[in-house]
Design a protein around this ligand. Structure first.
Ligand SMILES: Nc1ncnc2c1ncn2[C@@H]1O[C@H](COP(=O)(O)OP(=O)(O)OP(=O)(O)O)[C@@H](O)[C@H]1O
Ligand SMILES: [Mg+2]
Length: 270
């Protein structure tokens, strides 16, 4: 918990207004609105296929909405050209679902990749930054290893090291603990909290991992049927009796179907 003051007037780190997105005529986002405060950890829950990754990709401009708007620190990114987006993306770190490391590059070159692309620095500086990032995720000294030589947990942590290399203000984590054992999941959770505290980053986390969610979140939202049907403080989550949350936890409903309890839509704008 960061203890971020809920200042209504502050410019949100990320704001989505009524995002709609369909693929091949099939709607995935049907009016997603959210405001993520600077410095908070905001967790998005939702069943498989509900549009969580699609939602994150809109925040970083990898996808454009059919309608609606995305703002990052007040700047409307959903209107920017590809060239302007490059600048915005420098402020983001993204931990992709499945780590997405380049198999043919060693750990150093994987982490150095965004640095070489976006940072004018000499080889010594790059090496130093890579070493710092690895140390930050508890993996000092593994620069020479190839991704195939790493365990799943190590790959995820290298993915995090790459995401923090450019010292971003916002980090997006797409299912950072999927496939990890409880000890490694806790380690990733500790890392997310630690980065938030040390670097004051804003974190947006997509996960199915409820212990992780409880551990790291300031606020939690549930995506269902292309909209947020719930948005609460993490401390309220434990005792909450909410039909769609229950259905998500029990896996007893289709996460892509429109909400069956339209009266309970949270609207998600705090
Ligand atoms: N680039 C794309 N082109 C076409 N369809 C897409 C694209 N990206 C996502 N989709 C579709 O949008 C829907 C939501 O996908 P998304 O990846 O956001 O799900 P998710 O909530 O992240 O699920 P999971 O928990 O399995 O990762 C899926 O039906 C998917 O097939
Ligand atoms: Mg996904």
């Amino acid at each position: 918990m960061s203890g971020v003051a809920p200042e209504a007037s502050a410019v949100p780190a990320v704001e989505c207004r009524e995002l709609r997105k369909a693929f091949g005529g099939r709607p995935v986002l049907r009016g997603v609105s959210l405001r993520i405060r600077e410095g908070e950890t905001y967790t998005i829950l939702g069943g498989s296929g509900s549009g969580k990754s699609v939602c994150l990709k809109h925040m970083i401009g990898l996808l454009r909405p059919d309608s609606g708007q995305v703002f990052v620190f007040g700047q409307e990114v959903s209107r920017l050209s590809e060239r302007e987006l490059v600048e915005v993306r420098k402020g983001f770190g993204m931990v992709f679902q499945g780590a997405a490391l380049f198999d043919s590059l060693n750990v150093r070159e994987n982490i150095a990749y965004p640095l070489r692309e976006h940072w004018r620095a000499d080889e010594d500086e790059i090496r130093r930054r890579v070493a710092e990032c690895l140390e930050g995720v508890g993996l000092a000294g593994i620069e020479e290893l190839l991704p195939s030589e790493l365990s799943g947990g190590m790959r995820k942590r290298v993915g995090v090291a790459r995401a923090i290399a450019l010292q971003p203000r916002i980090i997006l984590y797409d299912e950072p603990t999927t496939g990890l054992d409880p000890a490694n999941s806790r380690r990733i959770g500790g890392l997310i909290r630690d980065l938030q505290r040390r670097l004051q980053v804003t974190s947006v986390v997509v996960t199915h991992d409820m212990p992780l969610c409880q551990d790291i979140s300031d606020r939690v939202a549930l995506l269902r049927g292309g909209r947020f049907v719930l948005e609460v403080g993490a401390e309220e989550l434990r005792d909450l009796d909410h039909p769609e949350l229950r259905e998500f936890l029990e896996g007893s409903s289709d996460p892509t179907a429109p909400a069956s309890h339209p009266g309970e839509e949270a609207g998600a704008a705090p």
